[in-house]
Structures are given as structure tokens and as C-alpha cells.
Design a protein around this ligand. Sequence first.
Ligand SMILES: Cc1cc2nc3c(=O)[nH]c(=O)nc-3n(C[C@H](O)[C@H](O)[C@H](O)COP(=O)(O)OP(=O)(O)OC[C@H]3O[C@@H](n4cnc5c(N)ncnc54)[C@H](O)[C@@H]3O)c2cc1C
Length: 405
Amino acid sequence: MTFRPPAAPDLASPWRTDARAALQQEARAFAHDVVLPVADELDPQKGEMPREVVEQMAAAGWFGLTVPAASGGLGLGVFEYCLVSEELARAWLSVASILARGQGLGTQVHDPARKAELLRRSAQGDWIGAIALSEPTAGSDLAGVQTRAVRDGDDWVLTGHKRWAGNALAADFVEVLARVREPEEGEPRSAGLEPFLVVKERGTFPDGMTGTPIDKIGYHGFLTWDLELDGVRVPDSDRLAGLYGDAGAGADSGGFAAVQRGLNIARVHTAARAVGVARAAVEDSTAYLQEREQFGHPLSDFQALRFALADMAADVDQARAYWQQVAHLLDEGVPCERESAMVKLQATEMAVRVTGQAMQLHGGNGYTTERRVERYWRDARLTTIFEGTSEIQRRIISDRLLPRA
Ligand SMILES: Cc1cc2nc3c(=O)[nH]c(=O)nc-3n(C[C@H](O)[C@H](O)[C@H](O)COP(=O)(O)OP(=O)(O)OC[C@H]3O[C@@H](n4cnc5c(N)ncnc54)[C@H](O)[C@@H]3O)c2cc1C
């Protein structure tokens, strides 16, 4: 209704290539033609994204953007992964998020032949998962995870309570972070935490796992689950060497360290998604200021509103330039823990500010479900909370600036 994709590529960064610009255009057209109408229809119903949308993304190869070409993926980097994600988030945040459930997630098994098979499936969008790190009493403090994994013969038996596992029912597997032992003296509290692969059928939960959907105020498109684990059996072969896929994560080191590396990629990915949502707010506001008249003039004649829009657009472009820089550094193999925290903090806080301002520019119409701007505002609000809150990003950054008592 109000959004027209710009005809020319706007990837004007030092990292622009023709291939990247073409990928961006492909994702932008898909977001506009396929995702946006679906979001408009299903978001008000708190509906889930249709299987066909996922299948079209799979056919485009996007679940394997960062999977090596030799393993059946597109063999691209964090940069391209974020580039596509910004475009998808422009239409619906959750559709950009589902991409993160491919990219080699759930393939870090030790057996090389099985790993190769799972990577191939991941790249094809035929191995789409859910991530269950958080718990009712362990959110920001992930080292406080209490779910237990106890060895029993060739299996591990998982018992505990997970919260916030997005896409868990629809997934082919759930990656569960569990404690296999207590930390020894001198070790960090995170010692003894290991990721496990719980393989399942799509649309059901495995034996020992029950799920209850959490009623959210936004981020519709997939359901988010509270999971009870009561004796879920996992073969030892499904104890994972790392939580995330290979995407820019470097060599395996297993356990919590691998989780941290994966989080750096997840944070720049969240920044790109936040930029997509904020860009949507700018684009819709640009149209609305020209469409709506007051005092005999289009709103776009009022300098205060023009300047507000200018600030919003400048904020979005600045955040985009920063995610592109950090994604580039991650692709170069730079660890980027501080930078990932900074870009996540800056881009998501920006998205909250910009979508709130967009609502203001829409006046009363912005505070209705008749306009998309309320969806952008609800979805942007989440981005400062998940993948580590703004306070946790500030903590990571300040710990690198200041000694801790
Ligand atoms: C919609 C949604 C989807 C999610 N999806 C997933 C998922 O798929 N998988 C998954 O594992 N998790 C998921 N999460 C969980 C998410 O990562 C956590 O909600 C987030 O890390 C915050 O944890 P918490 O909610 O327990 O808040 P808490 O940790 O309880 O924090 C409460 C407040 O205290 C602040 N705080 C906490 N510790 C400190 C500190 N040391 N210093 C300063 N401030 C602090 C926080 O910033 C926050 O403001 C999702 C969450 C939501 C809401």
C-alpha cells in the first residue's frame, strides 16, 4: 500500500559488489511481493508464516547462505546473510529470523558423514531448528542454566525447563543447552554447559518434551515456546561440538565458547534485522507525510516533520553502515565481541526510537491496527531484549573499557 521498493540498488558501501547488489534486489522483491502481503494478513491474527514462504526461501538457497558451497550452500558470508535479512525484516521480522534456524545450525555433530548430510539438509532448508538456551531463571545470565544432562548408557537424559524457544514445534530439531557437570574450582560458572541436539518430527514434540506457546505482543510469524523437558533421551552422538553452524565461527572449540562466537554473529544479524524494521518505518512515514493533509497542506510541508524524518533516515543509514562494517570484520575472521555488542545496542535502540517517531508522525492513525507502523513498533521493541538485552551489550562493552572490581 505505502511501500514501493526503490528501483535502484542502494547498497552503496565500500563492500558493494554486483553480486551483493543483485542478491539484495532479489531479497527486496521477495519481501515486497511475497512477505509483506502475508505479514499484513497474518500478523493481526498472530498467525504463523506459511510453509510456502519458507519453501520459497529454501528454493532461493537462503537457508544455506553461509554454508560452504562444498557442503551444498551458497558459500557466502555474514555480510550476505545480514543483507538478505535486512530486506526480509523490512517486511516481517520473523521471516528474517527463521533464516537463522538454517545456516548450519544443528549440524555440529562429531560424525563427519552425518555432519555433511545435516549441512546439506540445512543448506536446502530441510533442517530448520529451534534454539533453547534461555530458562525461566536464566536469561541474561546464561551461565545459570539449570537443565541437566545425565549420562545413561549410550544416551544422555535431559531434564529441565526452557523458555522462549522460537519455532520449537515446527522445527526439525531443538538445540538445548544443558549442564553435564558442575564447574570445578577456578573454572567459570559456564564450565560444564554443553549443547545437545534433540531431533524431532515437525509439528510434534518428542517423548519427554511438552510445549506451551507464549502469548507475545509482537514478533508473530512463528510461535515462541515454553518447554518442559522430563527425561528427553539424546544419543551421545547428538552431543554437539558447538551451538551454531560454521558461519564465520572459526574452528570448533565446543561448549560455551562456541555459543559466545555464535552470539556475535547473532548480534550483528539482529542489528541488520532492526535496521530492516526501522527502514520500514521511514519508508511508510515518507509516504504518509505526503498523503496526509492538515491546515490545507500535506504534512510534508511542515519543517518540524521533515526534520524528524531526516533524523530517522540518518539514524537508519548510520546503523546500516555499522552492521555492514561489523559483518565484514566477522567475515575476515576478526572476533568482534565488542563491535557485535556495540552494533546490536546501537541498531536496536535506534529501531525503537525510529519506529516510535514514525508512530508520532502518523498521529492517531499510527495508533491503530489499520497501519503497519504499529507492527514495526511492536517488533522493534523486541530487538533491544532478545539476543542479549541492551544492558547486557553495555556490560560487554564497558567490561572492555573499564577494569571490573
Ligand atoms: C520474543 C522472544 C523470543 C526469544 N527467543 C529466544 C529463543 O529462540 N531462544 C532462546 O534461548 N531465548 C530466546 N529469548 C530469550 C531472550 O534471549 C531473553 O529474554 C533475554 O536474553 C533476556 O533475558 P530475560 O528475559 O530472562 O531477562 P532478565 O535476564 O531477567 O533481565 C531483566 C532485566 O534486567 C536487566 N539485567 C539483567 N542482568 C543485568 C546486569 N548484570 N546488569 C544490568 N542489567 C541487567 C536486563 O537487561 C533486563 O532489563 C527470546 C525472548 C523473547 C522475548
